[in-house]
Design a protein around this ligand. Structure first.
Ligand code: UD1
Length: 353
């Protein structure tokens, strides 16, 4: 395999690509990195490159924010130029963000093979923009790298031939395992001993003023029982301010660098989130996770891990939280192949082409 192009754009992509880039470099493969610029704030992007030791991108498309159509189209327009110039043999895309689907579309029209890292996940909820991105990207991809058995099953159901599916494990857990020693020795920085760690950014939770107000009120109620540490995604901060909502008693912080956030996750009494990746990280860490969504594309975190879906059901949030606080929270185990070597398995598949 001559020349591999990796495409990343948003925060979770950086965490997923870092181990693959490292494994491919160690395998002596020729590669280049494209950052679409979907995430551009220092604390949403640069700091992840530094901490995860990701090389400087060879191309930065600087697309920035926009509507889904505008952002996706702009990534496609700018990325096409890179592909025509570089003529890669294969392009690797990560996760389920707009950058992922945009790059996959460009490549498939130019007849460049695409590998999708984190293929096969399905929430079966098409109101989630990420679900559309996952379905379309998988449909267009030649190499489908899945994290768990449910991913394989979903793809086979959709008629994908088995020869295209490679179950390699969870690449996000590679990054976690590598950075965990640094996270465990990270200074406590005045954070309390016992706290709930919260993240929130799904459009379904934050884009509607009523929904966001209800979630924030539930969290304010929880803060009667334990401190709430809440690093706020830029989208959510914008909505809180647009809607003029109250956040008293919640410790609102800027988005956090990876290692500090991992250190808080590993020490949290409970994590309350609507993120996808955090459901997986808490499962690996054995930390209870209450997910503020009605469904998940990562069912294995519920089946074998520490994750419980509470949706927007405040009573369920309260009762699950109470179980956790008295030490009766859900115990879980770590899924197969979430072992820190997924990047190497992907590199081996690509090297063998
Ligand atoms: C994107 C992904 C989501 C992922 C999340 C992780 C899609 C469809 N969604 O959602 O799957 O879980 O990233 O963070 O791709 N903004 C900034 N600075 C930044 C980036 C964004 O201020 O560096 C603000 C802008 O106001 C922007 C808004 O956040 O309009 C949303 O950003 P966008 O990248 O469109 O989606 P996310 O909500 O971050």
């Amino acid at each position: 395999m001559n020349h591999i192009l990796h495409v990343v754009g948003a925060r979770p992509n950086f965490v997923k690509a870092a181990p693959v880039l490292r494994a491919m470099r160690n395998a002596g493969l020729r590669q280049a990195l494209v950052h679409t610029g979907q995430h551009y704030d220092r604390n949403m992007s640069d700091v992840f490159f530094t901490e995860l030791e990701i090389p400087e991108p060879d191309f930065n498309l600087e697309v920035g924010s926009g509507s889904h159509a505008a952002q996706t189209a702009e990534i496609m327009r700018r990325f096409e130029t890179v592909v025509l110039e570089r003529k890669p043999d294969v392009v690797l895309v990560y996760g389920d963000v707009n950058s992922t689907v945009a790059a996959a579309l460009v490549c498939s029209k130019l007849l460049i093979p695409v590998g999708h890292v984190e293929a096969g996940l399905r929430s079966f909820d098409r109101t989630m923009p990420e679900e559309i991105n996952r379905m379309v990207t998988d449909r267009l991809s030649d190499f489908l790298f899945t994290p768990s058995e449910d991913g394989d099953r979903n793809l086979k159901h959709e008629g994908v031939s088995e020869s295209r599916i490679h179950r390699v494990g969870n690449v996000m857990i590679d990054s976690l395992i590598r950075q965990l020693p640094a996270a465990r020795s990270f200074p406590k920085n005045g954070f309390p001993d016992r706290f709930a760690l919260v993240t929130l950014h799904r459009p379904s939770n934050v884009d509607d003023s009523g929904s966001l107000q209800r979630v924030l009120q539930s969290l304010i109620d929880v803060s009667g029982q334990l401190d709430i540490i809440f690093p706020v995604h830029p989208r959510t901060r914008q909505r809180i301010s647009d809607f003029g909502l109250k956040t008293e008693r919640l410790h609102l912080l800027e988005p956090m660098p990876y290692i500090e956030f991992l250190s808080l996750q590993s020490r949290a009494a409970v994590v309350i989130t609507d993120s996808g990746g955090i459901q997986e990280e808490t499962t690996f860490l054995g930390v209870p996770c209450l997910t503020l969504r009605a469904n998940t594309e990562r069912p294995i975190t519920v089946e074998v891990g520490t994750n419980v879906l509470v949706g927007d059901d405040k009573d369920k949030l309260d009762s699950e939280l109470n179980k956790i606080l008295v030490g009766k929270g859900k115990k879980g185990s770590v899924p197969a192949l979430w072992d820190g070597h997924t990047g190497e398995r992907i590199a081996r598949v690509i090297a063998s082409l």
